[in-house]
Every structure is written in C-alpha cells, then in structure tokens.
Design a protein around this ligand. Structure first.
Ligand SMILES: *Cc1c(COP(=O)(O)O)cnc(C)c1O
Length: 489
C-alpha cells in the first residue's frame, strides 16, 4: 500500500463508496419545530430532523464491506462461539491483553471494572473525568480525583500532549489518601473531555512506574488509543518511523488492563470489552459479567457483532492510512474554523472540533448554559447537530448538590468515521462561522426538566431572554469575516 507519510502531499480517503444513505436538509420551520420539541437538547432531536449529524462518533462509523461480510459468518452459539475466539485473538494481537471480557459497550466494561476493584471510600485518580466512567466509580462508592496537567483545562494551550498525567498531583493524592485507598488509576487515551487530546508515551511510562512503586494498578480507558497512537507517531521524538500498530501495542504494555468502547476506534456500531492481564481479576470480572451482561463468551454482543468487531479491530491498524484520513478530516474542519476566526480548543483533537462557547458567548454566565445554547443555535441555523460538553455534562456535585463549573464550556462537533465527505465539513464550518458572527443575538437556556443521573442525555430546557448588548463584550469576539472560509484555508 503506497503511503505519503512525512510529505506535504494531499491525502484522500483510503476507500471508495459503494453504497449511499440519502439525507435531507430540514427547512427552517421544521428545524424550529424540532428543537422546540426536543426541549433545546440536541440529544432529543430525531435523527430524521438532522442534516449533518456530528452529535457523536460513538457507534456512528461506517463499516467496511469486509465487516458486513463478517456479520454473515457470525456464530450465534450461546456458549463458546467461534466469533468470540476470533475476537479474543484480535484483542490479543492488536492490544496485547491475554484476557478478554466482552461487554455490550464501554460502560458495561466500566461497571464490571468498578465493581471488582473499588471499595467504598476509595479514590480513583484519572486524567480528566469521562461521564459514564466517573458515574460507575461513584456508584461503586469511590470518588474521582483529577490528575490531568493544568494545560488540559486551558483551551488556548498548545501543549502537544494535553492528556498527560501531572505526576506531582498524583503523588500528592497518594500521600494524602494512601496507596491502599487507590485501587487503580483510570488513564484515558486521547482524552475525550479535554477535546481528544493525547497522552505521551513518556508520560504513560512514568505514570505506570509511579503507580507500580505504590502497588496501584493502571487501567486504561483505551477507547481512543488508536487515535492517541497516531499523535505519538506525529509528535513524540523517536516514534516517527514506528507504525501506529506498534505504538498502540506499546501504549497498552504500560497498563494492567483496559476498558474499551468499541463504538469508537474499533469501527463497529455496538460493542465493547474489558481486557486484562491478570487471570484472577478476569475470573472475578466474569463472575459479575454473567449477572450484568451475559455469558463470558458473548457479554452483551451477538456472534455477528463479535465477528464484525474482530474484523474492525484488525482493519483500524491495517496500515496507517485509515487513522491518517480519520484525524485528517477532523483537522480539515478545525482549520476551516480557525481560518474563519472561530475560537476552538487547540491543538485540534482526534475525534472532533470543540468550540469554545465561553469565548463565543461572553455575554452569557455559565449558569445560563452557553454551550447548550450554542449547540441549539447551530442546529437552528443549518440542521447540523453538535453536543454540549460544559456545565450541563459536568452535572452536580453529589456531596453539595451544586452545579459543577468546569473551566471548559464547549460545543463538540464530532466526526463519525468514514461517513461524511470534506464537503460536509465545509457546509458545517460555514454554518458555525455564520452563527458565531451573530452570537450576541443568542440567549441562554434554563432547565425545565433535570434528570438526576447523567442529566445531559435527557434534560429539557427553555430559552432565556437575550441579554442587552454591551459594545465592550461584542468587540472582544475575535471573529473574522465568514466569507474567509470559502477559500478553504
Ligand atoms: C464513549 C466512551 C465511553 C463509554 O462507552 P459507551 O460504549 O458509550 O458505553 C467511555 N470512555 C470514553 C473515553 C468514551 O469515549
């Protein structure tokens, strides 16, 4: 396979299209009715009312012809399915873990891992939280402690590895609570909530060594480890000539196990797993698996799901072309937005572009939910669906009941793998630039219905009046003319 690594030549998608799914652009009237009906929460829109769906890259990938063919040869045996053993082999070869505990998706694996390792009162350090991961840690009686480097919370910092663990923060927590109250560190690759930002190999190695000195396990959230491996190849000295497959194996070698949502890197629409090195831990995990997910040779997946997943795991590292095009498309959208003067989280991450809603809507206090409001405004403008990643996603502190106020108040435009073309990215950038140019006309939102758990999924809102304009605020916005994006950057 010919590659153009290291050159500044253009790349193109490493596939051709042999089946299409028509989509339609809803009219302005339809969009107004739809967002009202959805309580201004993009999670509650019907997919048919969406033009370009950038809500998430979770389970939204396009499978290849080989994966669709694999579905046909799935073995649906209740016990001992051939497809399970294919999956075991794929995970072992690509990630390096000998023990596989299949689950219906990532959170199934998070539940099992939290239940087998966390006792009430335990502390689980992590490089920024992920919504479902923290929920399961808290449900098991633990509490999460953020040990990510400060740069991760600064949307303007150009640090190349914003997912890194701050080892001093980790040492301080170990000193404060004692290693015996820390069953493991939850180490996320290509940190989702920080904007898809990678961890360096040097940091993974140092974290693993520090944890092992103290008898603390290192559990990866390896959901986006492939994308992390790409950034290591691109940015970390010594890795430029290594394949992404080799780097991925090395990442996992600095851990005792991993939870994976296969709906991301692994190119399937459903699935996940917990992978471990220690057979005894795996035995305990399987004990819970049969209660929560299913027998140990299928977890929550059908035989055909496991077959397509095994195929997707091999396909994602079959040369570097796939991940180059995947991240290349995200960068393409990000660069269009930068050229249009839209404030986004830098560096551009692996799975999406994050709009800095605080900078775009400086007239809205965080309790008026600026990111949620911006996501609704983008949908109204063009039918492009984005996701809030700010105060709504952060939820309330279980101890105080107060809103958590994350420094990052973001809207995420997430790119599904192999689904959209560069033209869809151009339409998206044009809409976002146009919304940002009139951002002072956007008002906030208030909850009308606030679920207790993971509220962002099902919450409903009502619009608040647009605050009176102040010229000082308006002039702060660093926006270029929207026509600039027509040049494509
Ligand atoms: C999506 C995701 C999860 C949860 O996985 P599900 O398959 O949605 O349950 C966990 N961690 C990260 C980093 C994710 O991106």
């Amino acid at each position: 396979m010919g590659t153009l690594r290291g050159s500044h030549r253009r790349w193109a998608e490493p596939y051709r299209i042999k089946m299409v799914e028509p989509i339609r652009i809803p009219t302005r009237d339809q969009r107004e009715a739809a967002i009202l009906d959805a309580g201004y929460n993009t999670f509650l829109l019907r997919s048919e009312d969406v033009y370009i769906d950038l809500l998430t890259d979770s389970g939204t990938s396009a499978m290849s012809d080989r994966q669709w063919a694999a579905l046909m040869v799935g073995d649906e045996a209740y016990a001992g399915s051939r497809s399970f053993y294919h999956l075991v082999d794929a995970v072992h070869e690509v990630y390096g873990y000998p023990e596989l505990v299949p689950t219906h998706q990532g959170r199934g694996a998070e539940n099992i891992l939290s239940q087998i390792l966390i006792k009430p009162g335990d502390v689980i350090p992590g490089n920024m939280y992920f919504t479902t991961t923290r929920w399961h840690q808290e449900k098991a009686g633990g509490s999460f402690a953020d040990v990510i480097i400060d740069e991760a919370h600064d949307p303007a910092s150009l640090h190349p590895f914003k997912g890194n663990v701050d080892l001093d923060k980790l040492r301080r927590i170990i000193a404060e609570v004692g290693a015996e109250r820390i069953p493991y560190i939850s180490l996320e690759t290509n940190v989702n909530m920080a904007g898809g930002q990678p961890v360096s190999m040097a940091n993974l190695t140092a974290t693993y060594e520090l944890c092992h000195e103290h008898g603390i396990l290192v559990m990866l959230d390896a959901t986006r480890a492939l994308e992390n491996a790409w950034f290591i190849q691109q940015r970390e000295p010594g890795y430029a000539r290594r394949s992404v497959a080799e780097i991925l194996l090395e990442i996992c070698s600095h851990s005792d196990g991993a939870t994976v949502s296969s709906k991301k890197d692994n190119l399937v629409n459903i699935g996940g797993f917990l992978a471990l090195r220690d057979p005894e831990l795996a035995r305990r995990a399987r004990g819970l698996l049969v209660a929560y997910e299913g027998l140990h040779t299928y977890g929550g997946m059908s035989g055909r799901d496991m077959e397509a997943l095994a195929c997707g795991i091999r396909e994602m590292i079959d040369g570097d072309d796939h991940v180059r095009a995947r991240i290349g498309q995200v960068e393409y959208l990000g660069n269009l937005l930068i050229d249009a003067g839209v404030p986004i989280v830098l560096p551009i991450g692996g799975h999406g572009v994050y709009l800095n809603a605080r900078a775009i809507l400086p007239h809205l206090p965080q309790d008026d939910l600026p990111a949620q409001s911006l996501a609704a405004a983008i949908y109204l403008d063009s039918g492009v669906r984005a996701m809030e990643r700010g105060v709504v996603s952060a939820g309330r502190d279980p101890a105080t009941g107060e809103n958590r106020h994350p420094r990052l108040e973001l809207v995420r435009l997430t790119i599904p793998r192999r689904v959209y073309t560069q033209s869809h990215m151009e339409v998206t950038a044009e809409s976002v630039a146009s919304v940002c140019a009139d951002a002072d006309e956007i008002g906030g939102l208030a909850f009308t219905d606030e679920p207790e758990d993971l509220r962002f999924f099902l919450a409903r809102f009502r619009p608040l009046p647009v605050p009176a304009k102040s010229t000082a605020e308006v002039s702060q916005r660093p926006l270029a003319e929207p026509h600039l994006i027509a040049s494509g950057g």
